[in-house]
Ligand binder design. Structure first.
Ligand SMILES: *Cc1c(COP(=O)(O)O)cnc(C)c1O
Length: 369
């Protein structure tokens, strides 16, 4: 059998950047400024500018980014936060960490994102925030959701952990709501060499609060103003991310080209491909197709050396960790159906046309057998 088609090949992505990254890491090691060294501030500035936001605060992970935004806004016990039913578990975990209550809303068939038409029914007197997720790198319908948040006086928080660089109109993910959370988990569109995350915001007071929250509740050393956390972006990771950010747009453009190629080659097969979004509105963190016999298709591809993944096999309400929400199967039918049918195909900038053709041919074979 020929070489496997990998789901993701970080080695290929890092090879051309390696010399620059090695030098940047050596510089950090030479200065021993491992905690909040100058590269953290430099990356924060660059990433804020890239997202079109005034402030960026580097933190230890995307999960922490979400958690610290909620804390920074004073959202906690007795408050409700609205989020989609089919996101990565971390979106819901962050709400729990803050002591607030998760209110799930079903998603749209076409975009897999929170269905704006179903948000208002979930708003109660306890609702404090709407937390849409730009799943797979496709923007949630921010125009409509912004209007709903405004009309009800709610905070709008973006989970942009899969959407570095995505735009809606002229506005980038990370500058729509009061704040946005990004993850730099290695496999994300910009990944660190370990865990990392960031918050973007235009709100100076919130930015200042979160800077303290990530650093034991202090601005000045040993002046602890409130109970904070230890959640800082490592200087080493910031040094890596500074270099990777320079290549993000080019990498996202390649992802979009691969998506077009998949779309063309998969037309007329039995899989359902995601509909095209306007250029820039989707940065293809994942290319997620649908098929009623998803598990059979995944096995068929695996036997032909093609790696795939499922993001995510269970909606939030059907996982034991969230049994306390008391939502039975059938509560969020679209999310439940998606979880049974979705399959993420290999997607990363360095994927070759030959590999995409091989994946598409195998799917065509499955679909005509
Ligand atoms: C990756 C991810 C997170 C969490 O980020 P970590 O850095 O892994 O903590 C949160 N939400 C979504 C949608 C993600 O994809």
């Amino acid at each position: 059998m020929s070489d496997p088609v990998k789901f993701l090949d970080l080695g290929k992505h890092h090879a051309p950047l390696r010399a620059a990254i090695d030098a940047a890491m050596r510089e950090v090691i030479d200065t021993s400024a491992f905690i909040l060294g100058k590269q953290v501030g430099e990356f924060e500035q660059a990433f804020a500018a890239y997202c079109g936001a005034k402030h960026c605060i580097g933190v230890a992970s995307g999960t922490d980014a979400l958690h610290l935004i909620l804390r920074g806004l004073g959202i906690g016990p007795g408050d409700e936060v609205i989020l989609p039913a089919n996101t990565f578990i971390a979106t819901a975990l962050a709400v729990e960490f803050a002591g607030a209550t998760v209110r799930l809303v079903d998603v749209e068939e076409e975009t897999y994102n929170i269905n704006p038409a179903k948000i208002e029914a979930a708003i109660t007197s306890k609702t404090k925030a709407i937390l849409p997720v730009h799943l797979c790198g496709r923007m949630a319908n921010m125009r409509t959701i912004t209007a709903i948040a405004k009309a009800h006086g709610l905070h709008l928080i973006e989970d942009a952990c899969q959407a570095h660089g995505a735009k809606q109109g002229d506005t980038r993910a990370g500058s729509f709501g009061v704040a946005a959370a990004f993850s730099f988990y290695p496999g994300k569109n910009i990944g660190a060499f370990g865990d990392g995350g960031a918050i973007t915001t235009n709100d100076e007071v919130l930015a200042e609060k979160i800077r303290k929250l990530r650093n034991y509740g202090q601005k000045i050393k040993h002046r602890h103003e409130f109970v904070g956390f230890n959640s800082r972006l490592d200087t080493l990771q910031a040094a890596v991310l500074k270099i990777k950010l320079l290549h993000l747009d080019a990498a996202n453009a390649l992802r979009a080209q691969h998506a077009e190629r998949y779309r063309k080659l998969l037309a007329g097969t039995s899989v359902r491909v995601p509909t095209a979004a306007s250029p820039g509105e989707h940065v293809y963190h994942l290319f997620m197709i649908r098929h009623p016999q998803r598990d059979m298709l995944a096995t068929f591809l695996k036997e032909r050396g093609i790696e795939t993944a499922v993001h995510y096999p269970f909606p939030i309400h059907l996982m034991p960790a969230f049994a306390h929400l008391g939502k039975e199967r059938g509560s969020f039918p679209v999310a439940e159906q998606l979880c049974a049918e979705i399959l993420s195909l290999p997607m990363y900038p360095e994927l070759t046309n030959a590999e995409i053709t091989r994946v598409a041919s195998a799917i065509r074979e499955f679909s005509t057998r």
